[in-house]
Write a protein of this length. Structure first.
Length: 561
């Protein structure tokens, strides 16, 4: 809209990020703050928090340190690990924050090899354990780009595309040695790098060449006897757990850009997950991309220096389906049709089974959206009347295992005369809330973020002031003779100063969410000394929520609003 928009739209499709504060309705294809949340440093921090709470569940992200601030920690930890196991000969990968397409990445064998030039100060980075034993196909290292649709943040709705891309290196892989550390075509799978290799193979077939479909790799693995079902199940877990790690930060941005009083818009976003398979088929997360390339062409050099864009069937097969199905899922017309269908279904069931009888016995699904038909029926018939609210689907299907979420998918039961009848079955598979039950215990930081947001006070902010922090302590009854309000102030100042000195965001002063999470963990450890960390945190969350609920009730009684 080069000359501005006149009419509101149903769907807004931004190129890069959420940036338009003049939208009050419809759906936008970006979440506020997503770019910031998935940057290498922020992602590593969020994963570290989850690894501290749930080390086993989050072992799919390589151990990472943030440079320059954690350089001494990195050096010290590596020394301790080497001392305890002299046979450990690690390799590390240094990745500049905010970099992409392999830009500025290098491998090292020892912490002392970090290039401590001026750039590390001006350009922070993540240093990460290098996965030395990746799965090879045709002797080549490759990674997987999977497309994930975050359809809604509250309630959380996640879809995964049934197919993705596999991007291949162009030199046969060897485990890292001092001699081959610099060979990017051997160690880095980025398409943008390997395309410049003379070994790069453009192929019109989806199962040969330097870029293939993920399904073609799965076929190959399956024919070699690999447990492909288990692999899919692990990938789904990885995606859900990663998004669970990101949602607290996203919610802080969301309430700042789209406060709860504002009518809209709602957001959705296609994310690119970069995953590496280890030799033993364990998927490891490399990074999350907020702006995955949706190009369906590639550049071909016709003669030296002369390039032409030619169609890329592999990209087309995967990406067109992702965009088409994202639009199908967020289609505002579909919602209207579903509402109408829901009315018809209810009428029919009422007529056939005696709706009122069931209605009497049915229980509302916890946490459902007000105004929706949130009634699950006791058997018979054990069906859900209205599939509009995803939480209902969860109650209906949560007993299914993750293994059901496989590429071989049953077609969506669309109404015969639906405009979608002529389209292929959906390539996007819902995994959350479908499997919510198995993962909900991990959503602790979400609850900490809810406390943080409650005390933020002024609309539009993302940082907590000292008064907000004091109010949080007072309302949750956390101060006592052992923990005075003066100590509260010192805790606030110490943690906030340290986080602000890391220089992430100077726009606002105050305590950011990660700093609040650190303070919260500190309080939890103080109060519940002997428990493991996740139980300490859970106990403190419950303690706070309980006091706040009592306070809300009191306010309601006294009409304080
Ligand atoms: P960029 O955003 O610059 O592409 P990535 O984190 O995706 O950065 O890393 C680039 C490439 O480096 C990946 O595609 C992968 O091939 C390789 N890589 C990244 N991290 C690791 C790791 N921890 N172990 C092994 N290879 C890695």
């Amino acid at each position: 809209f080069p000359f501005g928009r006149r009419l509101p739209c149903d769907i807004y499709w931004h190129g890069v990020s959420f940036h338009d504060n003049n939208i009050f309705s419809g759906q936008v294809n970006k979440f506020p703050g997503m770019m910031e949340t998935v940057r290498k440093i922020t992602l590593s921090r969020a994963m570290r928090t989850m690894q501290d709470l749930f080390p086993l569940e989050y072992n799919f992200y390589p151990r990472s340190w943030i440079l320059p601030e954690e350089l001494p920690l990195f050096v010290a930890e590596v020394r301790v690990m080497k001392d305890s196991d002299p046979s450990w000969k690690p390799t590390f990968i240094v990745k500049p924050d905010g970099g992409c397409q392999g830009d500025g990445i290098y491998l090292i064998k020892d912490p002392s090899d970090i290039r401590l030039t001026g750039s590390i100060q001006s350009r922070p980075a993540v240093v990460q354990e290098y996965i030395c034993k990746p799965l090879l196909v045709d002797k080549l290292k490759f990674d997987i780009r999977l497309y994930v649709l975050l359809k809604s943040l509250e309630p959380l709705e996640i879809y995964i595309a049934k197919d993705g891309l596999s991007r291949f290196c162009t030199e046969p892989y060897q485990e890292p040695t001092l001699k081959n550390l610099h060979q990017v075509f051997m160690h880095l799978t980025n398409y943008s790098l390997n395309i410049h290799s003379e070994n790069f193979i453009h192929s019109d077939s989806v199962n040969t060449g330097s870029k293939r479909t993920f399904s073609s790799i799965l076929c190959r693995l399956s024919s070699r006897g690999a447990d492909v079902k288990k692999l899919w199940s692990d990938i789904i877990s990885l995606v859900i757990k990663t998004i669970i790690a990101l949602t607290p930060e996203l919610k802080v941005y969301y309430q700042s850009d789209i406060p709860s009083g504002k009518p809209g818009p709602t957001c959705f976003q296609i994310l690119g997950f970069d995953i590496l398979l280890m030799k033993n088929l364990k998927p490891m997360l490399l990074e999350v991309n907020a702006n995955p390339s949706m190009r369906i062409e590639h550049e071909q050099e016709l003669s030296p220096g002369v390039f032409e864009n030619v169609p890329s069937p592999v990209d087309e097969e995967v990406k067109v389906a992702v965009i088409r199905d994202t639009l199908r899922l967020v289609d505002p017309q579909k919602k209207k049709r579903k509402d109408a269908q829901c009315f018809v279904t209810r009428t029919a069931v009422t007529r056939w089974h005696g709706w009122h009888e069931y209605h009497e016995q049915a229980a509302p699904v916890e946490g459902g959206v007000e105004g929706d038909e949130l009634w699950s029926l006791p058997s018979p018939p054990s069906v859900i009347l209205c599939r509009r609210c995803p939480r209902l689907e969860h109650t209906a299907e949560s007993s299914e295992s993750l293994l059901d979420a496989l590429p071989a998918e049953r077609p969506e039961p669309d109404a015969p005369r639906s405009p979608e009848a002529g389209l292929p079955s959906l390539c996007l598979k819902q995994v959350f809330p479908k499997y919510a039950k198995q993962f909900s215990y991990l959503r602790l930081v979400d609850r900490v973020a809810a406390l943080f947001i409650r005390f933020l006070g002024v609309k539009g902010t993302t940082k907590l002031g000292p008064t907000g922090f004091r109010t949080f302590i007072r309302n949750c009854k956390l101060s006592n003779s052992n923990f005075s309000m003066a100590a509260v102030d010192i805790l606030y100042i110490d943690i906030t100063r340290r986080w602000n000195s890391m220089g992430i965001d100077h726009k606002e002063s105050g305590m950011c969410l990660q700093a609040f999470v650190e303070a919260f963990f500190c309080l939890a450890q103080k109060k519940y000394k002997s428990l493991p960390l996740h139980e300490q945190v859970l106990s403190l969350i419950e303690f706070c929520e309980c006091h706040l609920a009592a306070l809300d009730e009191k306010r309601l009684l006294w009409g304080w609003g």
